[in-house]
Design a protein around this ligand. Structure first.
Ligand SMILES: NC(=O)c1ccc[n+]([C@@H]2O[C@H](COP(=O)([O-])OP(=O)(O)OC[C@H]3O[C@@H](n4cnc5c(N)ncnc54)[C@H](O)[C@@H]3O)[C@@H](O)[C@H]2O)c1
Length: 323
């Protein structure tokens, strides 16, 4: 099969590219390297079934050309990272909304299969203990910048589902929850790589807010295996799925776990949101996905427990620092 991955030089996209090529498929990546890196794709550089085009999604006719060539488009390109999104809200909205519209238009010409990466952030401030795909999406006012990203991803989802409804385009929406593993960059707000880096360096671990917020973290290799299975499942067309882990942990407990695994004497410091983010930043107290629909459809879900994920990240970071 032939795959086009937008954002394929990024964290998740590069793991997906490796997974698909190792399965015997052909992969073409379009990535502007805004947060992605060529080094992420080092293992595929000279592979005959792999090509990387380093350019913005919306420049020239490459997207249309490659959408026609592909059997499946995996749309992962987006402006990510809390700080970058809050500091450049216009860029974030434009890339996310226009990028997705362009991908769907290009796919629509030949009826190409699309998997659209959305995010668990679309659930906003929902108080549900377990977020099912049918849960209401609860956002705050537009004057608070933190909701713009979630709103743009909701519109992306609606556009994709409308393409399916009206034009029978075979799309699947995948709401990714925190995913972690090698190549994730602390720079763009990934909490776990930040904690691991701080603990190894013997610096204080900085918890934003009071640390009571509950999250889950899934292993990237398990996430791309589930993603690929969804792409190959005809029943997933026209549907929305959560994809992540349901092994929940508070951010404060996560910081403690990282110091234990690293055997670090680092302290844990709480920093008020106002000290790190622009005014008006709001954060969901809890975000834990229900994975029942995913597992029911593909017989698979990410299962790695948080301790094993942290151990893997610490080992990887130590190797990287020593190299
Ligand atoms: N990592 C997570 O925990 C997580 C959680 C929820 C949702 N997601 C979603 O998964 C997708 C991939 O995220 P990631 O963590 O791998 O982030 P990432 O930043 O590593 O990947 C995004 C990639 O898109 C590229 N890109 C951005 N704008 C582009 C443009 N205009 N043209 C071409 N390329 C462009 C970047 O260079 C980067 O390589 C994103 O859509 C993100 O919102 C990720």
């Amino acid at each position: 099969m032939r795959h086009l991955i937008t954002g394929g030089a990024g964290f998740i996209g590069s793991h997906l590219a490796e997974h698909l090529v190792s399965g015997g498929d052909e992969v073409f990546v379009i990535d502007d390297l805004s947060t992605g890196r060529v080094e992420h794709l080092r293992s595929l550089r000279d592979h005959p079934r792999f090509t990387l085009a380093t350019q913005p999604l919306l420049s020239g006719g490459l997207l249309r050309e490659r959408a026609e060539w592909a059997d499946c488009i995996h749309h992962l390109a987006a402006v990510v990272g809390i700080r970058r999104r809050l500091q450049n809200p216009l860029e974030a909205l434009r890339v996310n909304l226009r990028g997705t519209a362009a991908v769907l238009d290009a796919a629509g010409e030949g009826g190409t299969r699309v998997l659209l990466a959305s995010t668990g952030e679309v659930y906003g401030k929902s108080a549900a203990r377990l977020l099912t795909e049918e849960e209401d999406l609860v956002l705050g006012p537009t004057t608070r910048g933190s909701w713009g990203f979630a709103a743009s991803r909701i519109l992306d989802e609606l556009e994709a589902l409308a393409w399916h409804e009206e034009r029978r385009l075979p799309v699947t929406v995948v709401r990714l929850f925190n995913t972690t593993g090698p190549r994730q960059r602390a720079l763009h707000g990934g909490v776990l790589p930040t904690f691991v880096r701080q603990a190894i360096a013997g610096e204080p671990l900085t918890v934003h807010g009071n640390g009571a917020q509950v999250r889950t973290f899934a292993c990237v290799r398990e996430v791309v295996a589930c993603w690929d299975r969804l792409a190959a499942t005809p029943q997933s067309v026209g549907e929305v799925y959560n994809l992540g882990s349901d092994d929940e942990v508070s951010i404060r407990d996560l910081a403690t776990l990282v110091t234990e695994v690293v055997r670090s004497s680092s302290t844990i410091e709480t920093v008020p949101h106002a000290a790190v983010y622009p005014a008006g930043y709001e954060e969901a107290p809890r975000r834990v996905p229900s994975l029942t629909k995913l597992e029911g459809e593909i017989g698979l879900r990410p299962v790695a427990p948080i301790r094993r994920i942290v151990e893997g990240l610490v080992a990887h970071e130590r190797q990287r620092v020593e190299a």
